[in-house]
Design a protein. Sequence first.
Lengths: 396, 160
Amino acid sequence: MSDSIDQIFIHAKQWLLSFMSGRAPDWLVQIISSLINILALLGVFLTLFALISVLERKILGRMQNRYGPNRVGPFGLFQPVADGIKMLIKEDIVPARADKIVHFLAPVLIAAAAILTLGVIPYGRNMTPFTIDGGILFFFAVGSATELMVFMAGWGSNNKYSMLGAMRAIAQMISYELPLIITVLPVVMIVGSLNPDKIVGAQAAYSLGFLPHWFVFTPWGATAFILFFVSGLVESNRTPFDVPEGESEIVAGHMTEYSGFKYATFFMAEYIGMFAISGLGITLFLGGWHAPVHFLEFIPSYVWFFVKLSILLFVYIWLRGTLPRTRIDQIMNFAWKFMLPMAFTCVVAAAVWHYTGRGLRGWLGSLLVIAAVYFALSILLDTRRKFAPRTYRFAE
Amino acid sequence: MSTVAFAAIAIFTLAAALAAATLPKLMHAALSFAVMFVGISAFFFLFGAEFVGLVQIFVYIGAVAVLIVFTILLTRQDVEKVRSFKWSGVIVAMAVFAGLVWAIGKTKSLPLTPPQIEPVTVQRIGELLMTNYVWPLQCVGVLLTAALIGALILVMEEKN
């Protein structure tokens, strides 16, 4: 019974395709099969986008002691519909001196790249929309194209704030791409595959029936997951790393000259990017669609995936409600002096874990490696600066 | 199906390459150059060389295109200036093209039916890199690390 609920979408798709196969030519069935995957992906994630945009405002409201949107529909749940209509009927302003084609293409391509990255993540048992041998590599290859599109937005707008925002965005995205990819390496090393399905499969077992073999429960996995999460925050330009669109200094960064639906497309791309990077984090470290304890396996696999996704998204919103914005030089220093060495340490610690038998000894050994490097770095990077009232050299 | 796909990708790639060579604005040319890289990686995917295709996007769009765009932005003061057509460029391009045609013409032609080879998976490439080609890999790694450190030293602030 539970098995049939778990596979209900797969069976529905297969039933539809077998119904089609007698009546339509082969190539059409193939195209329809892909289209079903794409439409399901878009349907689920655009709904999630609408939902999270209102939930984010409500949660932030609660954290700041106010209600948040509560006028449209029950509990303000229809707010995204109102927002969507507003965005659609707004005037689409293109600056007179903008590069019209580049200005138009930037939001389209950025959304396309964001949606493509969603395709390789396994959402449930047999539920990977796009199976490819180097899935993890595909994710980062498409993700790295985003930088060029952010640049297109900044340059095409022909506005100094846009250009500054794009420069900041590209600087921090390139810097954090390195730790992001290197923290993925230990998982790829241990599993021996770049295929997301195999990575999820490698985390399937349980010790003593309740301890799941997720990589986040090993010292190297936990460290890599934290580094991955922080890099993910930067890659999706979220607080506290949202200097590219720092409202107080450069209006809205590369999105300054966009209005109406083009702005909404940027907004959507940011959220889809957030879903994708969280989904990849779940796949790599949090056991993908596996249940946290063995006896809860009867709950369908896709439910577990989306429960984990919601928890991660809540943390994103929580951080936004808690932390102030960092400066760009702080972000860069943090990337090159702390994140990168720690990411390399994770690779070494994973090797130690593997060669000492993946048991308790490996667990302690890799913990030792990470702790040693962490303390060494904290001593090395300590600038001995005391917290004191700020002094002004020229403004007295 | 494969022939149709090949023709479509070929037209797309050639159009992008032509645009990169002829567009008057430098930045447009650089961006069409990036589009051409997408076409080339599509070729790799069509021929089943998935890994090479992915690396093509990763390196050439994620890094090389961004580098080109930044180089233009940081060095040229006249990015917006519309350039006229230059015949010297055509001569250089023709010379390179002739050289390539000559080199291709000199190589022994392979039989038209390809030998049966096992599909190149990411797994296999990884195994080969770690066994047969481990020394070249290490040398490239050292070279790139040296380049990285060199770049860092170049941009480091000079302390008094």
